[in-house]
Design a protein around this ligand. Structure first.
Ligand code: CS2
Ligand code: MG
Length: 418
């Protein structure tokens, strides 16, 4: 018997109105694969949650379809916390990217429904505006330093106040983050593309990149860089120190963070701000990093971190230690995630910055939304919920296309981190 069998009637409808009568997993590939959960209540109100895990989409779709959806039917959609606790503790095999992405999808869909029941945007449900818009950063890249600098200039012309810059690494084909003119999409093949990595070449070119960017674009624009987990702690310390003159907004994923204590070595050598966490999925992945102020920004976002309910706990914990949010916002997070993230960004007091990669046109057509970019910031809409919907008929025209992320090896063939 579900705990939510009471017949309480509140301003946001009765339990019967809020009873979950349907939950469907929608897999679609408009420009790239996305997994979306749509929950419907007896009163006909629906909510959407993003469940996309790049390269492992079907694992989450199955987790939802086979193990979560049967547990949702009949529950009160207003019992968001209880459903979160049921799905987290009830799994027994708790945490991990698949489980927490599935829980996130349910959680965001329920917050979307609550907003529609209450007639309020999610930022208002959380506590109201803390800012008029979320500072965002775009992705500029180039095959060499000069091309990357031109790309940064184009983002500045578009009104971006912050830009992530990546450039090719001499002698390295398919370096991370470099696209040949089109929007960067790493999951290009059905099986992982094998790329080669060279740390020495990389450690030489990055300081040259930022020296050129400051010379070309001055000190006002915020510059960011993503190391993408490829350095050892001492190499990361060396890189962080070498870019100090160029005042980065942050150096991201400087070293793999399973051993959270390894960031102590970076901190000992440099004042360059550090960001980490897009591959984290719970507060336990970053507790040591945050309480010891080993990082400055936590990147874990709504879709992979257990949804709004869990991210609210992570953000409040981070605030105690003056760590700010810097949500992941790559194209493999759907507009549903971006919509929910922007409402969170609009409320959260310790906001830092929001990543903003442009989705493909067909993605935006499948997921109509009311957020908008202007004056260097993304502004969420005022619609109840998170303001993102899905055109299911159009979505059906884009069948799932098996894709996996690349892998990286060192020049001698040693498996490395992509
Ligand atoms: C990257 C991501 O945007 C970033 O910071 O780390 O694009 C990451 O490579 C993808 O999300 C992986 O799917
Ligand atoms: Mg990253």
């Amino acid at each position: 018997m579900n705990a939510s069998s009471s017949s309480e009637t509140t301003s946001h409808g009765s339990h019967r109105d809020r009873e979950i009568v349907d939950a469907r997993v929608i897999v679609t590939c408009p420009g790239r694969n996305f997994v979306t959960l749509k929950i419907e209540t007896r009163s006909g109100i629906t909510g959407l949650g993003d469940a996309t895990l790049n390269g492992r989409e079907l694992a989450v779709a199955s987790y939802l379809q086979d193990h979560v959806v049967p547990n949702l039917i009949g529950r009160d959609a207003g019992r968001i916390e209880d459903i979160w606790q049921f799905l987290y503790r009830g799994a027994y095999w708790r945490r991990g990217p698949v489980t927490m992405t599935a829980i996130a999808a349910v959680d965001v869909a329920l917050w979307d429904i609550l907003g529609k029941l209450a007639g309020m945007p999610i930022y208002q449900l959380l506590g109201g505006r803390s800012r008029e818009g979320a500072l965002v950063y775009g992705h500029a890249n180039g095959r060499d330093v000069a091309e990357a600098s031109d790309a940064v200039g184009r983002f500045i012309e578009q009104g971006f106040l912050a830009v992530r810059a990546q450039c090719g690494v001499p002698g390295v084909k398919k370096a991370y983050g470099i696209s040949s003119g089109k929007a960067y999409e790493p999951a290009e093949s059905e099986l992982p593309l094998e790329t080669v990595w060279s740390t020495p070449q990389y450690l030489d070119i990055v300081p040259q990149l930022f020296e050129r960017l400051r010379a070309d674009h001055g000190n006002d624009v915020h510059l960011l860089h993503d190391v993408h987990h490829r350095l050892t702690p001492i190499e990361a310390a060396r890189l962080a120190r070498s870019v100090e003159p160029y005042r980065l907004f942050w150096l991201e994923d400087a070293t793999p963070a399973e051993n959270q204590k390894s960031f102590e070595l970076i901190r000992q050598h440099s004042t360059t701000p550090l960001a980490v966490g897009e591959v984290f999925n719970s507060i336990w992945d970053c507790k040591h990093l945050i309480e010891n102020q080993l990082i400055d920004y936590i990147r874990t976002t709504i879709v992979h971190g257990g949804g709004i309910t869990h991210l609210r706990r992570m953000a409040d914990f981070a605030a105690l230690h003056q760590v700010r949010t810097g949500f992941h916002g790559a194209t493999d997070l759907s507009p549903v995630c971006m919509g929910a993230a922007l409402h969170f960004d609009t409320w959260v007091p310790n906001f830092g910055i929001q990543e903003y990669m442009f989705h493909a046109d067909e993605t935006n057509e499948v997921f109509p939304h009311d957020y908008a970019f202007h004056d260097g910031r993304l502004h969420c809409g005022e619609a109840p919920g998170h303001g993102v919907s899905i055109d299911e008929k159009l979505a059906a025209r884009f069948p799932y296309s098996p894709k996996q992320l690349p892998v990286a090896r060192l020049e001698d063939g040693t498996m490395w981190d992509w």
